[in-house]
Design a protein around this ligand. Structure first.
Ligand code: 3PG
Length: 393
């Protein structure tokens, strides 16, 4: 939006695609990180005299209205966060009523339209729907980094019919941090990858390996590598059909790819379950690895603290279930230390963002992405349709 001229905004309707896909708990917004992340764009547009028309998806309704996924609670929450500007919620997404509401909105007002995924044409990127959406604004702003990997009517199609089409401040910030980390990382550059499945991260591993100095693996993903090394993995989650691939990666990556040296194991996954720490070759046949062990936390911590750029995506263990949160928390603290020492530290969205928020450390790293799938696809080097569709792509 920085490049927009004042006459393109003054008194005009800025149709802003945001990612307000937030968790709802008992009809109220749970974690509001994504809503707060959109505030700078909303404020900037209001300050420049625009009327702000917001649209977003929420959850995965099946192309039809479904009260469980209404954005109404988000409108209430947004009004509280904005402290001033009136927020009008429209129970439709497109059509005459929605259009008239945008046209009649007062200067300085914010309008939030109902869930874009209540319309069957949203996910199919229907051109007629994109055209209708385009009638709701005079300029199009995409600030929904979290949904930028989706080529939907509200993220991609609409930009074909509404120009100027530009990035919002959050979108810009996300692309700047993630993009700079990949293009010109200060070294040492350390990536930490975790999470349950190797299959979901294979493309990221391949894309990042040539760029990083060290790639630290954690989470159940590591188990598949252990299996490939011929180690006993007991009852741990392993992807048997990826073992060969893990073996190939190990052979080609050399010592860049670092695996946990120990693990926290238990016979059942339960909060407070009795667990023990074992070396990675000491897992019993009836045990499962639910977290990395303390030696790994120390080893990974030392590499992270010595790095100038750190990129973290995916938890080290089942962090939702203590005591198996220690590995993930340990990594989070190492990132905070690295940040204090001047490193650029970036946390991918989704589970790792939730983990760092759970630890209350989200403000002590350089950047926490609001995009889960989107940040992964960006790191894989894929083009994001929501970005490609913009004038300033
Ligand atoms: C997300 O939560 O990652 C984005 O909002 C995209 O949601 P989706 O995976 O349902 O498209």
């Amino acid at each position: 939006i920085r490049d927009l001229r004042d006459d393109e905004l003054q008194g005009k309707r800025a149709l802003v695609r945001v990612d307000f896909n937030v968790p709802l708990e008992n009809g109220q917004v749970g974690d509001d990180t994504r809503i707060r992340a959109a505030l700078p764009t909303i404020h900037a547009l209001l300050e420049r005299g625009a009327r702000v028309i917001l649209m977003s998806h929420l959850g995965r309704p099946k192309g039809a209205p479904d009260d469980r996924y209404s954005l109404f609670p988000v409108a209430t929450h947004l009004a509280q966060l904005l402290e001033g500007p009136k927020v009008t919620f429209v129970r439709s997404t497109v059509g005459d009523y929605a259009r008239r509401t945008t046209e009649e909105a007062a200067l300085g007002a914010v309008v939030l339209l109902e869930n874009t995924r209540f319309l069957p044409g949203e996910e199919t990127n229907d051109d007629a729907l994109a055209r209708e959406m385009a009638q709701l604004g005079d300029v199009y702003v995409n600030d929904a980094f979290g949904a930028a990997h989706r080529a939907h009517a509200s993220t991609e199609g609409v930009a074909r019919h509404l120009r100027p089409a530009v990035a919002g401040l959050l979108m810009e910030k996300e692309l700047a941090y993630l993009g700079r980390a990949l293009a010109e990382p200060k070294r040492p550059f350390v990536a930490i990858l975790g999470g349950a499945k190797i299959s979901g991260k294979l493309d990221v591993i391949s894309a990042l390996l040539p760029k990083v100095d060290h790639m630290l693996i954690g989470g159940a993903m590591g188990n598949t590598f252990f299996r490939a090394m011929g180690l006993e993995t007991g009852k741990s989650l392993v992807e048997p059909d990826r073992v060969d691939l893990a073996r190939e990666l190990l052979a080609s990556a050399g010592d860049k790819l670092v695996l946990p040296s120990d693990a926290e194991v238990a016979t059942e996954l339960k909060e407070g379950a009795p667990s023990r720490t074992v070396a990675r070759d000491g897992v019993g046949a009836d045990e499962a690895m639910f977290d990395v062990g303390p030696r790994t936390v120390a080893e990974y911590g030392a590499l992270v603290r010595g790095a100038k750029t750190v990129l973290w995506n995916g938890p080290m263990g089942v962090f939702e279930t203590p005591p198996f949160d220690r590995g993930t928390l340990g990594v989070a603290h190492a990132l905070v230390d690295a940040t204090r020492a001047g490193a650029t530290t970036i946390v991918g969205g989704g589970d790792s963002a939730a983990a760092i928020a759970q630890a209350g450390l989200e403000d002590q790293v350089t950047h926490v992405s609001t995009g889960g799938g989107a940040s992964l696809e960006f790191l894989e080097g894929k083009e994001l349709p929501g970005v490609a569709a913009l004038d300033d792509a």
